[in-house]
Design a protein around this ligand. Structure first.
Ligand SMILES: [Zn+2]
Length: 172
């Protein structure tokens, strides 16, 4: 519930990928981590804007996230350095949206409420909820820290950074 906008959703898994133990032991495609970290919203929020589904609809369930993972695994011909970070990013997304998500859909019944004017609703939350404002600001601060700490001052550096977390291939 603490994060309904995208900055903190992306910043948290990204800063965790900066932990030296993870950096040294796991090869992670950060781009797929970042896309995974917002993917449930990329599917559900447009459906919500069209007033077809809830902003936290079926893509906010473990079942659908796992299906997206399997599809990506097949599309990337089994490349786990792409599909696993994507899956982990999705799990972070669900965790940050807890508890008001249909986690066990379709095995458990959920009442999907369709918002009228979801964009107006999100604006009101952004402008009036100090906890949401604080987490998004923390997310922005994390991004600034990561840019500074990794000296990502050129477009090329940023591209290299998001392609992998492997220190060695960053220096190729
Ligand atoms: Zn969400």
């Amino acid at each position: 519930m603490i994060s309904i906008f995208l900055i903190f959703h992306m910043a948290l898994p990204l800063i965790i990928s900066e932990i030296p133990y993870i950096k040294n032991n796991f090869k992670i495609n950060r781009l797929s981590l970042l896309i995974g970290s917002i993917f449930p919203d990329l599917i559900d929020k447009p459906l919500s804007i069209m007033e077809i589904s809830s902003g936290r609809g079926f893509s906010h369930s473990l079942f659908f996230v796992f299906i997206y993972f399997l599809v990506l695994l097949a599309l990337t011909k089994g490349d786990k350095s792409i599909s696993v970070p994507f899956f982990i990013g999705c799990l972070f997304h669900l965790a940050l949206d807890m508890p008001s998500i249909p986690l066990f859909y379709p095995f458990v019944y959920y009442d999907f409420s369709i918002l009228k004017d979801p964009i107006g609703h999100w604006w009101i939350i952004l402008l009036t909820n100090p906890i949401i404002q604080a987490t998004e600001l923390i997310g922005a601060a994390i991004f600034i820290f990561i840019i500074w700490n990794n000296k990502l001052f050129s477009f090329r550096d940023i591209i290299n950074y998001i392609k992998t977390n492997s220190i060695h291939s960053n220096k190729d």
